[in-house]
Design a binder for this molecule. Structure first.
Ligand code: TYD
Ligand code: MG
Length: 454
């Protein structure tokens, strides 16, 4: 067997010396295929023998200029980028197929082109006619964006070399193929070497490159996370199918804050930015019903209100269902256990459904208390006061912990017409005009305070 022949898994990227049917690392079946290892330069020559040139060193004090940024003029997009697109940077935009990545990037391309950047949109998935058709639908056909439909990396790099654009959009990285790597497009080694070539080219030529990556069913870009470490910024475009909201989330950003989100709405004419997401996420809320709670959360640097819904029903099964949309299932199990053992509110024999309205995904532990309130409210069939927001973290002992940015959350709640907040007791009580606070130190006290009088 040739020495540089290895086998790698197309799901997780693990590499092996020999083929097998199941990947030892991620347990996926039939995902291992032959791959050529990337060459790391000529063999047998140690670097020590070659004279290089010395590099100029600077100290930490020297003021380097901030990288120049170009804004798209779409507030939601610019914020996620950390204030605009940085020159000579590489971005990865991941998301489920059909979620709207191509639409988003075509709109962004038009915006950047209008703001003076030379933009090339390279589609490996659609023909020029298809992209033009979409542009017409979006009302962008007059934008000075250059199009090409190409998948061969060598041809793409030659074109970029000749045209010298400021921004190149590659849709998608899984369709690109480098002819020096012999495996199919979309395989780990193809994706890795295409992304590597494009990123180095971008850095060397002062061009920004945006690569689109399809997410596989388990939520990782390009199967393996092989590209994430190479690029400066990783954005995920997410949303529930059937909902019109789409969220662009930065999970890594070398030029700005991570975990920042931008909210968009998919309309008949493409994506429209949503400037006040709280109002939108709460707009479908009717009269207060048991199991419905308004949570005042923080997404990135921005407070955002949303509705958490719970339904609790007697289970016909010996093993009751626990079903979660938009939140972590493990965390739900924990809250149920704490409610049962610390507050005497058992959920045995009951099916539990939890949903974050509007297709939002919440990951902060500050939602614990709102989830617990929704669960108890659904179980007791008792609606919570409609003018109240709830947030706080629950620990395993049943104690409540304050969360970050309390004041910002309260201000957002006040702006949307809420007058009460039920939150953990904290040393320094926040004060926001128009919001009265109800405190609890532990979950049992909270349940007593909110549901006890009934
Ligand atoms: P697309 O950008 O092709 O998704 P991706 O590149 O992530 O695979 O978006 C596809 C979906 O968006 C498609 O189902 C139709 C919908 N869409 C609209 O609702 N309105 C529009 O104006 C456009 C262009 C697409
Ligand atoms: Mg697409």
């Amino acid at each position: 067997m040739a020495k540089d022949l290895t086998f790698s898994c197309s799901e997780c990227g693990a590499s092996f010396r020999k083929w097998s049917g199941q990947c030892d690392a991620c347990q996926a079946w039939n995902t291992i295929s032959e791959s050529k290892a990337l060459s790391s330069g000529p063999k047998g020559k140690s670097l020590g023998a070659i004279r290089g040139k010395t590099i100029a060193l600077t100290d930490l004090e020297t003021q380097e200029k901030e990288p120049p940024r170009t804004q798209a003029g779409v507030g939601e997009l610019d914020r996620v980028l950390g204030g605009g697109l940085v020159k000579a940077s590489a971005l990865l935009v991941g998301g489920d197929p059909g979620i709207g990545k191509s639409t988003l990037l075509l709109q962004a391309a038009a915006r950047f082109a209008r703001n003076g950047l030379k933009v090339i949109y390279l589609s490996g998935e659609e023909s020029n006619a298809q992209v033009q058709m979409r542009a017409r639908r979006l009302g962008l056909e007059k934008s000075p964006v250059m199009l090409a439909s190409e998948t061969n990396l060598r041809d793409i790099l030659t074109t970029l070399e000749a045209e010298k654009p400021d921004l190149a959009i590659i849709d998608s990285i899984q369709t690109m193929w480098a002819d020096n790597v012999d495996s199919a497009p979309g395989s780990v080694s193809q994706v890795r070497s295409s992304a590597h070539e494009l990123t180095t080219f971008a850095k060397r030529n002062g061009m920004a490159v945006v690569m689109v990556g399809h997410v596989t069913k388990d939520g990782t870009i390009a199967g393996p996370r092989v590209v994430e470490h190479m690029v400066d910024t990783v954005l995920y475009f997410e949303g529930e199918r059937g909902h019109q909201f789409r969220i662009l989330r930065s999970v890594k950003n070398r030029f700005g804050p991570a975990d920042e989100i931008g909210v968009f709405e998919m309309t008949g004419k493409g994506l429209a930015e949503v400037k006040n997401p709280s109002a939108l996420f709460l707009s479908e809320r009717g009269t207060p019903a048991p199991g419905s709670v308004v949570f005042a959360g923080i997404e990135g640097t921005r407070p955002m209100l949303c509705e958490i819904q719970a339904l609790v029903a007697p289970s016909p099964h010996s093993q009751p269902r626990r079903s979660v949309v938009g939140w972590d299932g493990g965390r739900l199990a924990m809250i149920l256990a704490v409610l049962e053992s610390r507050c005497g509110v058992p959920f045995t024999g009951l099916d539990v459904y939890l949903n974050v309205a509007g297709g939002l995904r919440i990951s902060e532990p500050g939602a614990d208390l709102a989830v617990a309130a929704a669960l108890v409210s659904a179980r007791e069939d008792a609606a919570l006061p409609s003018e109240a927001v709830i947030f706080g973290e629950i620990s395993l002992s049943g104690a409540l912990r304050p969360v970050v940015q309390t004041e910002n959350r309260l201000k957002e709640a006040q702006k949307l017409g809420f007058t009460t907040a039920i939150i953990p007791q904290q040393a320094k009580q926040p004060r926001v005009d128009g919001i009265s606070l109800r405190n609890a130190t532990d979950l049992a006290g909270f349940v007593e305070e909110v549901f006890g009088a009934r």
